[in-house]
Design a protein. Structure first.
Length: 287
């Protein structure tokens, strides 16, 4: 999207990402969907560079793997469909390609379509709209800082919030058109998750590649040097607050990351071995 410098900046962002330190290194479906969305995006950008049926096939295969892994993958594919239409100016060749791909994916996912329809019909537990929006804001905060610094620790949380808002604003104003579009796709997916009340800190892992991509390319391509410096400073501030929380281990919003699970598991095993009963509701504990 934006050359060698953007590639390096994007990799640095991923390596120093406090949120990724917690979620991306766990063997869960959310880290797998991050890989699938990243791979899908790479295949798609290769197609954009050299449009051909041969380059479209990896896009279709990654899309199929994504919707089999997570139902919300359909929303991701919808954003890419919009991007295809915007990039290729609604050309006559684009519509048959999208329609054929959509028909193939619908046919290929027929075995799980009943489960998808049931999931959509049942929906999530309903909470007040204000609470849902607050949850969405908290999830966005955690995407930059992670759960290592809870938002009720006001001083670091407010500083991080200002840094996050500044970083997003700079990308939106000074980023090139492709970066801005991917940021807007991320925002649309986050907003839909929030309104559907299916958003959580681990679920955001799936849509996070587009946020990282938009920020990394803007760091490399922003025409105003002061904008690049401000963006880098905002990211450093938010990241430093997150890593401070990781090392201090005193500000966590989710104590499951720092509980002494080894000792707890040993005590539970000893208790059950002696005929006792252990009751719990934490996946980390059961693992």
């Amino acid at each position: 999207m934006a050359g060698e410098r953007a590639r390096i900046y994007t990799l640095i962002l991923l390596l120093l990402w406090p949120y990724g330190f917690h979620f991306a290194r766990l063997a869960g479906w959310y880290s797998f969907t991050l890989m699938l969305v990243a791979l899908l995006t790479l295949a798609y950008l290769r197609y954009v560079e050299h449009p051909s049926p041969r380059n479209w096939m990896p896009v279709v295969l990654c899309a199929l793997a994504l919707v089999y892994t997570n139902y919300y993958g359909w929303a991701v594919l919808g954003c890419l469909g919009v991007d295809v239409l915007l990039r290729f100016k609604w050309s006559v060749r684009t519509w048959p390609l999208l329609l054929a791909t959509g028909a193939f994916l619908m046919l290929a996912t027929a075995p799980i379509m009943r489960a998808l329809v049931t999931e959509v019909r049942v929906g999530a537990d309903h909470v007040p709209v204000g609470s849902a929006i607050a949850t969405g804001v908290h999830n966005l905060y955690c995407l930059f800082v992670s759960e290592s610094v809870a938002p009720w620790f006001w001083v670091p949380a407010i500083a991080a919030g200002v840094a996050i808002a500044g970083a997003l604003l700079i990308v939106l104003v000074y980023g090139e058109a492709p970066a801005r579009r991917f940021l807007l796709y991320f925002a649309a997916l986050l907003a839909a998750m929030t309104l559907l009340q299916i958003g959580s800190t681990k679920r955001l892992m799936m849509i996070s590649p587009w946020l990282i991509l938009a920020i990394g390319t803007t760091l490399a391509t922003a025409t105003l040097p002061s904008a690049r410096r401000l963006l880098a400073g905002a990211l450093l501030l938010a990241g430093a607050i997150g890593w401070f929380g990781i090392f201090s281990r005193k500000l966590y919003a989710a104590p499951r990351w720092i509980e002494p699970w080894e000792q707890v598991a040993r005590d539970a095993a000893e208790l059950t071995g002696n005929g006792g009963i252990v009751i719990g509701n934490n996946p980390s504990f059961f693992f």
